[in-house]
Write a protein that binds this ligand. Structure first.
Ligand code: APR
Length: 179
């Protein structure tokens, strides 16, 4: 889906293998790593990323849901890692949609502030945090489209899906948005 100068594309893959300016991590508020994408990024990126996260924790404490922080990318084929914290799904009436949208928008804002042209997102909150992926995909793609309509600095916003089913869900959401 092309919005202005920005290509928005869901694709199948492992986000730690993406060559982009910014890889986005689905972190938790402690910023000290975890499982899923968080574990994969720290494993592949190496200890420097965690060291920078610890410095951020010392400076500002953790990272609240919906917010984002930025570090170097260690051994990853990227310039930066943006660590954002999605909401835990609690049924949908506790501000989850707004927090998920903020996580995407704040990540894009940080990436743009650092001159990024290409950004790769995982499917934030749809793993351990239990956000229904059909709902999350619509929020993720509309947040990216809104951002691309408001800013022309990004060439690509990729959504890297870890399973064919997840990719299919995002493609359907993109088709609905693009229509
Ligand atoms: N590349 C791309 N996507 C991945 C990868 C990977 N290497 N590994 C997992 N995923 C997918 C999952 O299949 C899921 O669809 O990322 C999505 C997000 O899942 P989680 O990583 O569980 O993230 P989230 O649901 O946001 O939960 C965050 O999990 O790992 C902990 O420390 C993290 O506490 C935090 C919580």
């Amino acid at each position: 889906m092309k919005i202005g100068a920005t290509e928005i594309l869901p694709k199948r893959g492992d986000i730690t293998r993406e060559s982009v300016d910014v890889i986005v991590n689905a972190a938790n508020s402690d910023l000290l790593g975890g499982g899923g994408v968080d574990g994969a990024i720290h494993r592949a990126g190496g200890p420097e990323i965690l060291a920078e996260c610890r410095e951020i924790r010392t400076r500002q404490g953790g990272c609240p849901a919906g917010e984002a922080v930025i570090t170097g990318a260690g051994r990853l084929a990227a310039k930066y890692v943006v660590h954002t914290v999605g909401p835990v799904w609690r049924g949908g009436n506790e501000g989850e949609p707004k927090l998920l949208r903020s996580a995407y928008r704040n990540s894009l804002a940080l990436a743009a502030e650092h001159g990024a042209k290409t950004v790769a997102f995982p499917s934030i909150s749809t793993g351990v945090y239990g956000y229904p992926i059909e709902k999350a995909a619509g929020i993720a793609l509309s947040a990216a489209r809104e951002w691309a309509e408001e800013h022309d600095g990004l060439e690509e916003i990729r959504f890297i899906l870890f399973s064919d089913d997840d990719l299919e869900t995002y493609k359907k959401a993109a088709a609905r948005l693009g229509a």
